[in-house]
Design a protein around this ligand. Structure first.
Ligand code: CA
Length: 236
């Protein structure tokens, strides 16, 4: 049974979500503010399979909570609940380490689909029993991405990747040398098909370049394709 932590201060919303998620077979815990959520996740970092994190919280907001979790080395998948029509929230959410986002108010079926998607990807990346069915490791230019551990090894340095960073890399690496559009990335990696701000992708790429590139300002692997999107090159 997957265990989900809901971080939401509006009691009726949190309880409504709990009711619906329990009906779907999830074990659900609620934290009414960011500090409580951080305490729980720091105390039991592997207890939760996913976090539903509202942006609007008393005290530390959802962005701060996500960033603090990632700084603490906790890489639980985060689905961030943002205010509708606030593109800057989406960008900040990804920047702070969220894996996916959903604008409020949302349809329950969409929330369940997004949550299920995050959990399936985590399962697939970390626990699949068919070794040939997963990418495992990918080595290029002296760096190794370990998709199972969600880590990038570069010399002595090890960087933790979030689930969606790993997914995005896997997707680009699978299409090595080919230009991939932002729309295709949003549709295939995040499963988003409508009116999404494609700048969210650019933020992810900036973060990945910091991990992958020796000089993130002059990338050699994660290249921008003007007017289209991005292209991954293993050995430039
Ligand atoms: Ca709230």
């Amino acid at each position: 049974m997957s265990v989900v932590l809901i971080v939401e201060d509006e009691v009726h919303l949190a309880e409504g979500l709990r009711f619906n998620l329990e009906a779907e077979g999830y074990e659900v815990h609620i934290a009414a503010d960011g500090e409580t959520a951080l305490d729980r996740l720091r105390t039991s970092p592997t207890r939760y399979d996913a976090v539903l994190l509202d942006v609007m919280l008393p005290g530390r907001d959802g962005f701060e909570v996500a960033a603090e979790l990632r700084r603490s080395g906790i890489f639980v998948p985060i689905l961030m609940l943002t205010a509708r029509g606030r593109a800057e929230d989406v960008l900040r959410g990804f920047e702070s380490g969220a894996d996916d986002y959903l604008p409020k108010p949302f349809e329950l079926t969409i929330l369940l689909a997004r949550l299920g998607g995050l959990l399936r990807r985590r399962e697939w990346l970390t626990h699949t029993s068919e070794p040939h069915a997963k990418p495992g490791r990918f080595t290029f230019a002296g760096k190794t991405i370990d998709f199972e551990a969600l880590e990038l090894h570069s010399g002595e340095r090890t960087v933790k990747l979030t689930l969606m960073e790993a997914e995005l890399l896997r997707y680009l690496i699978g299409r090595e040398g080919k230009a991939v559009s932002r729309q295709a990335l949003l549709a295939d990696v995040w499963g988003m098909r409508e009116d999404t701000d494609t700048r969210a992708i650019d933020n992810f790429i900036v973060r990945l370049r910091r991990h992958l590139e020796d000089d993130p300002v002059s990338p050699r692997h994660l290249l921008t394709v003007r007017g289209v999107g991005y292209r991954f090159v293993a050995e430039p």
